[in-house]
Design a protein around this ligand. Sequence first.
Ligand code: ADP
Ligand code: MG
Length: 485
Amino acid sequence: MSASIDYNKYEAVIGLEVHAQLLTASKLFSRDSAAFGGQPNTHISPVTLGHPGTLPFMNRKAVELAIRLGFACHCAIEKENFFARKNYFYPDLPKGYQISQHTAPICVGGHVPISADGQSRNVRLNRIHLEEDAGKSLHDQDPSNSMIDYNRAGVPLVEIVTEPDLTSADEAYAYLTELRRLVRWLDVCDGNMEEGSMRCDANISIRPKGDTTLGTKVEVKNMNSIRNVKRAIENEIKRQIELVESGGIITQETRSFDASNGSSFSLRSKEEANDYRYFPEPDLAPFRLTDGFLDQVRRSLPELPEEKVARYTSQLGLREYDARVICDDRDTTVYFEALMAETPHSQAASNWMLGPVKSWLNERNASIADFPVSPASLAALIALIQDGKVNFSIASSRIMPAMIEQPGKTPLEIATALNLIQETDAGSILPVIDAVLEKFPAKVAEFRSGKKGLIGMFVGEVMKMSGGKADPKLTNELLLKRLNG
Ligand code: ADP
Ligand code: MG
């Protein structure tokens, strides 16, 4: 940052274009596999390569997935649809044109809810349309030649375009995080930015704060993570402000982000832009969506993340933050709901999900599908705590790991075998209390002269000496009696 510039004089306007590969088995217009990767040029046929005489045909599943996402984003669905050709020459484009709905999107308008900077609001969408992906040029396989892999050519994409509605890099980060959760939630796309199955181009302009006209936009590409989109936007806002402040003029251009140093370089300016000569694709008939088909897709939608958060807070009484964490991905909500079917203790269930379960998964970089304890067993462990048989700390640090080691055993069997059942009768706790008081005579004196906060330390010592087995509540009561008596 330059010290002499008042960056706050300006505000940023950002619109994002996200390409998401649809989770179909085959390509948009052929039976070739749409799977990621594979030996180069094995997922191809004459249709993908656009050989003379071949004809494209529509993938119904791709249309269904686009509509699924459209409904979830509250878009209007266009019933009369057709594809257009976008003509340009590029080595990774075998046909010499891309078949796209660019001119007439299947989903119009809509919004995605975000919370950023402590505020919730909707980011308005312009549209979601279907198109086919291009192949990949590989420049690092051979010292003197570029290689082409056409496996990706023809893989179905949706392009999700926002209105110029975002105002900061943090909002863009929140939007992409939410969009990724949504496409995964709906099984529309795997949302993997590192592998390129979800890609984002950021359009950025600045204007003096309070102005209502839009400034000239610059498009930044090639960010392979949500964090890098955020970095690229921060960098571009700063670059534009510094350019304007030094008397320069922003020209419409496309830039490429370089993650290694956080800066960008120009790829092409507006003058070099292609004339795509769009025209309706003559080899594909227009297609009409019936009300019956739209209804069927609508009914197949799962409960959406926002709806679940609302239900968890209102019906189950969860804190909003907890509900949001559980709703980070759909599998976690499936586990949580199976757990809730086995226990009436929703707060305890939520604490386990956010605490011990999440830590176990984080340590292994695993997902909930890998968690070896079944919802029913976890519910049995929660019941053991609620019945006062073990405390939470012993349950999470000793019993849960043992349950993972010995999946056939119940929590009660494990607690009994490990001698961890809580001592809830005064007869077994009092001798430990006496031993602790004897060990810390000075602290006892301090307590009696008014330093009541020491009670926590005494409880801790009793717990330690009892191997965690003393009932903390009863220990507390008995200690107070002894100390005050
Ligand atoms: P293009 O035809 O160049 O792709 P579009 O009108 O389709 O332009 O917009 C592409 C993206 O750029 C959209 O997300 C839109 O919201 C965004 N956008 C358009 N104008 C601006 C602007 N002046 N500043 C920031 N973003 C913009
Ligand atoms: Mg565009």
